[in-house]
Design a protein around this ligand. Structure first.
Ligand code: ADE
Length: 279
């Protein structure tokens, strides 16, 4: 997979040389190219920003350096690129919220281009223009504001690259983790290792009992409970057709009942969740 990243802070992307993502690059599974936006300016100060039309706080990134930088990247496609070109990912607090599903979709692409905004973002015509030429996704890491797109690129790249064949040694770990479709999108069960007892806390007996069926059932119960109590938004989207009678009993105990498209909860259970999650 080829990743092109356009930024004014190339050093921010240095962590991509480390750990599994660094190894994936060394092995040729991933080709990361970082481009300096300022290379596409033509004034003495290498200006990339200007005040917004209409007034307001802060500075915006001017469109011309972006146009030049992105056109240069598009003119140099990797072998085996999609005829539609790359997906242009623009990290932004106004984008779709990034998810495991989005990571899976992006991991299926041979070529991604990231545009890292700084200041108050990039002139809106850049997304509008490239949206007529290639596929563009504005992506948010969550409902908070970062100083720029670089940290989002690190997070998105890590989530995507670990899904590529060969990047993670044990592929089974990908299907057993939180948010995995194979796991019905549920949060992962709690996990324990040696010693069996630590500071007066014992590992649940069922995990050391050698009964694999009982272990699977315990883990499923825990995943359902955790998701229902910590992430009611995720539980509400669980497909009732994926649930057995025991699942339904566990959820019923927590106030959740299957509906036409997902699960509903008694209002009291949501109030409990809000009590424990709001400041
Ligand atoms: N840039 C600024 N805030 C962001 C966010 N929440 N997600 C992605 N990119 C951003």
């Amino acid at each position: 997979m080829r990743l092109d990243v356009v930024t004014i802070f190339g050093e921010y992307l240095q962590p991509l040389q480390l750990s599994l993502i660094g190894k994936a690059q060394a092995e040729g599974l991933l080709d990361v190219r970082v481009h300096d936006l300022r290379e596409h300016t033509h004034d003495r100060h290498r200006t990339v920003d200007a005040p917004p039309y209409g007034g307001g706080a802060g500075l915006l990134m001017k469109p011309e350096p972006w146009g030049e930088a992105l056109d240069a990247i598009l003119a140099d496609p990797p072998e085996g690129a999609d005829p539609r070109g790359p997906v242009l990912v623009v990290p932004s607090p106004v984008g779709e919220v990034f998810s495991q599903r989005a990571a899976v979709e992006l991991a299926a692409e041979p070529w991604l281009v990231f545009a890292c905004g700084r200041y108050e973002g990039i002139d809106a015509r850049v997304v509008e223009h490239y949206g007529t030429r290639i596929r563009v996704r504005e992506v948010s890491l969550g409902d908070y504001v970062l100083n720029g797109g670089e940290v989002a690129v690190l997070a998105i790249t890590e989530a995507v690259a670990r899904l590529l064949p060969g990047v993670i040694g044990n592929a089974a770990s990908l299907t057993e983790e939180s948010h995995a479709p194979e796991h019905d999108g549920l949060l992962e069960h709690p996990a324990y290792t040696k010693p069996a007892s630590w500071r007066g806390l014992d590992v649940p007996a069922v995990l050391a009992g050698g009964n694999h069926g009982a272990v699977d059932r315990w883990r499923r119960d825990q995943a359902l409970r955790r998701t229902a109590t910590r992430r009611p938004d995720v539980l509400a989207r669980l497909d009732p057709a994926r649930c057995d009678r025991r699942d339904l009993a566990v959820l019923a105990e927590l106030g959740w009942t299957p509906g036409e498209h997902g699960f509903q909860v008694e209002p009291a259970a949501v109030a409990d969740w809000a009590d424990t999650n709001e400041p």
